[in-house]
Design a protein. Sequence first.
Length: 80
Amino acid sequence: MTSDKQEPTRENASHPISESDVRARQKAVDFAEASANLSGFKITEDMKRLGQRYITGEIDIDEFLAGSPGAALGHDQISR
């Protein structure tokens, strides 16, 4: 993610997670974004917000993936 991202918090967490889980989720989302960028894809602001919700525990991985319509096919949320 970018340097202007919000610091992960758990105050709105629907799925309470530990601080180490927050850090692991942040690392995973950062890696995925960097990988997509290196592949020539642009992550939309909606996907960045969805990633932040996942990082903070507001949603779980299933909800994150469900909120990414067409992502597996490269449509809608990810664009070149």
